[in-house]
Design a binder for this molecule. Sequence first.
Ligand code: AMP
Length: 131
Amino acid sequence: MASIFARIAAGEIPSYKVAADDRFYAFLDINPVAKGHVLVIPRLEVDYIFDLDDDTLAAMHIFAKRVARALKAAIPCRKVGMAVLGLEVPHAHIHLVPMQSEGDMDFRREKLQLTSEEMQQIADNIAAHFE
Ligand code: AMP
């Protein structure tokens, strides 16, 4: 059975989509560490990011760069941080987090509670800046 993220990319499970192309999909993390916390995934179903073939791994980072630029334009921040954990969901993903301080990259801290309206608004705002 496909992973939850593969099903999200296929549109079978709803998500707050911010960007997509034929190989990659970006959407809001449902338990954000900061406003605008985005996950970038390949449509290809591979668990561990460093098991991706070189071309997909490189292209995924270039796609993430475009998403990060949209994020920075949509959400005022000092920089967009990037992290790979992958201990919870067995489908390769990059976390992109708009940072004001180092603490915004602390994945152990309490997650934000945002309404679905707020989440949708953030996703739409990032999507509007995606080029
Ligand atoms: P990790 O695998 O440790 O990088 O963590 C997986 C991340 O995916 C966590 O930050 C979760 O909040 C997030 N996540 C899990 N399920 C969903 C979902 N259905 N939609 C959006 N984000 C999710």
